[in-house]
Design a protein around this ligand. Structure first.
Ligand code: G3P
Length: 230
């Protein structure tokens, strides 16, 4: 399952883009509002950090068809290739999705809570649908099960639309959607760190250092190999 980073924080994006195998960055109005300041400069800075080969998903803020189209085009003009426009799952959103995808602009239909919404978004030509996992589970609905249903529907229909699961509150939710066939997931910084960290990994590494130094002192394998090659 491909992983994207769900934040607009530049320090976090620099860190995860350096160390983690992320495929891109996703934002929404709430995420951008947390950083404040010059939003256009912020988006350009994100593009500069991740480069033009990775995806940057940016959500529209307009609500009327013509204005969304104009906004979407300007977003793509401003941020270049591999920019994906996020459109909420509404009636206008479906019309916009069809219009933009017919003209070669990639769309993520976002704020998806049901498999029915995802099916409609796919039929409208969305590149991605973004089902919200924790927001669903917090309503006692089955967010992971919804992803499983979407995966099955997409497999049967043969659509090119991919699932980009979002809104995670636990690392386990990320694994759960991966197991049921989710294609990609966008994950906040905190959960991303949780996916990697484990106390037994840390104690294991500390044990390797302790045992090595006990036997060989401060020399390293690199030093030994370099000396041998002199
Ligand atoms: O990308 C938007 C989605 O991740 C929302 O997440 O945490 O606000 O439910 P959250």
């Amino acid at each position: 399952m491909k992983i994207l980073l769900d934040t607009a924080n530049l320090d976090d994006i620099r860190y995860f883009n350096t160390y983690f195998p992320i495929e891109g960055v996703t934002t929404n109005p709430t995420i951008l509002s947390k950083e404040g300041g010059d939003v256009l400069a912020q988006l350009k800075a994100i593009r500069d950090i991740i480069g033009e080969d990775k995806e940057l998903h940016v959500q529209v803020t307009e609500t009327e068809f013509e204005k969304i189209i104009e906004e979407a085009r300007l977003i793509v003009d401003y941020l270049g290739i591999n920019t994906v426009v996020k459109i909420p799952a509404t009636d206008v959103g479906l019309r916009v999705t069809k219009y933009l995808s017919d003209r070669g602009i990639s769309v993520t239909v976002t704020a998806v809570l049901t498999a029915a919404q995802a099916m409609l978004a796919s039929n409208a030509g969305a590149s991605y649908v973004a089902p919200y996992i924790s927001r669903s589970e917090n309503l006692c609905a089955d967010g992971v099960g919804t992803v499983a249903d979407i995966a099955k529907i997409f497999e049967i229909s043969g659509t090119d639309t991919k699932i980009l699961a979002a809104s995670f509150k636990t690392a386990k939710e990320v694994l759960d959607v991966a197991v049921v066939g989710c294609h990609s997931a966008t994950i906040g910084s905190h959960i991303m760190k949780m996916l990697l960290s484990h106390t037994t990994t840390d104690t294991s590494i500390a044990g390797f250092v302790r045992d090595w130094e006990g036997a060989f002192g401060k020399t390293t394998l690199l030093k030994l190999l370099k000396e041998k090659n002199k």
